[in-house]
Ligand binder design. Structure first.
Ligand code: SAM
Length: 256
């Protein structure tokens, strides 16, 4: 379900549409999207909404007809191009349901471009519902004004990931046993952050990661953070140091 904007909505409702959009075309929605526009927001013909497709950008659309199960809209004009997120990957050992949903939502809001579950020896979760996680990423993207969705990749084993690592991408290895403060180690994209499971990395895994030339062990301070906390903290530090946080929010009033 799309994120319901803060009430009263400060902006137009915003929905992800999984098909390429184009000006002066008609779009008919059914299912959850139609229910949200027609029954939850009770929008009437003439109401405007923003649609984005993770392909062509964000569009202004106007409702032409709104029924209980179907809503038809006319795509009026493109509001902006698709803006790719900074090329930062979050590599994370899957954690329990609920916590992993929260992690995916926050990583999307914070601007990660790719979310890659990594299976380590102490990973306790062996099956992932990627469709559920993808739905959380879509809802977060609708809410936070992204026009590009994060890519949610299929899980990979840590040893396979390290074997195939591209030397051109820095790997900030969040090591609770110590490392350089992340803000100091954060270099330009392409970059990746690696977060371990609740039980942490084994000594053998730690050695294998550290032996990768592109890897830098980084610290997130003196306290042991939950995996999802570590992920959010690490992404925020990288985005602030090397990402796009020097840009103002799109809704910010122009500089006086
Ligand atoms: N091995 C930890 C322990 O001793 O309890 C548990 C792992 S911690 C809950 C999960 C992951 O978060 C770690 O593998 C690491 O990637 C990251 N992490 C947590 N605290 C950290 C810190 N202070 N510095 C760097 N990474 C940290």
């Amino acid at each position: 379900m799309p994120a319901t904007p803060a009430w009263p909505p400060s902006s137009l409702p915003r929905l992800y549409i999984d098909q390429a959009l184009a000006a002066d075309t008609l779009l008919t929605l059914d299912g959850p999207a139609a229910n949200y526009l027609g029954n939850v927001l009770r929008l009437q013909p003439g109401a405007e909404v923003k649609l984005f497709d993770d392909r062509t950008g964000e569009w202004l659309a106007q409702i032409k007809a709104a029924g209980r199960k179907r809503v038809s809209l006319e795509i009026r004009r493109r509001l902006r191009e698709r803006e790719p997120a900074p090329d930062l990957w979050l590599l994370f050992a899957p954690i329990k349901r609920g916590r992993i949903d929260w992690l995916v939502e926050k990583a999307t809001e914070l601007g990660a471009a790719r979310l890659l579950p990594v299976l380590t020896q102490r990973t306790i979760v062996d099956r992932l519902n990627l469709d559920r996680l993808r739905a959380h990423a879509v809802e977060a993207a609708e809410q936070c004004d992204r026009t590009a969705l994060p890519e949610l990749a299929e899980p990979v084993r840590l040893d396979a990931l390290l074997r195939s690592w591209s030397a051109g991408r820095s790997l900030l290895f969040a090591d609770e046993e110590g490392g350089v403060p992340l803000a100091e180690a954060a270099g330009p994209a392409p970059a990746a952050i690696l977060i371990g499971p609740e039980g942490g990395f084994t000594a053998a895994e730690r050695d294998a990661i550290r032996s990768l030339e592109a890897a830098r062990p980084v610290s997130l301070g003196p306290r042991i953070l939950r995996a999802e906390t570590a992920a959010v903290a690490a992404i925020a530090l990288w985005m602030s140091a090397a990402g796009d946080w020097s840009r103002p929010p799109r809704s910010a009033p122009p500089e006086q």
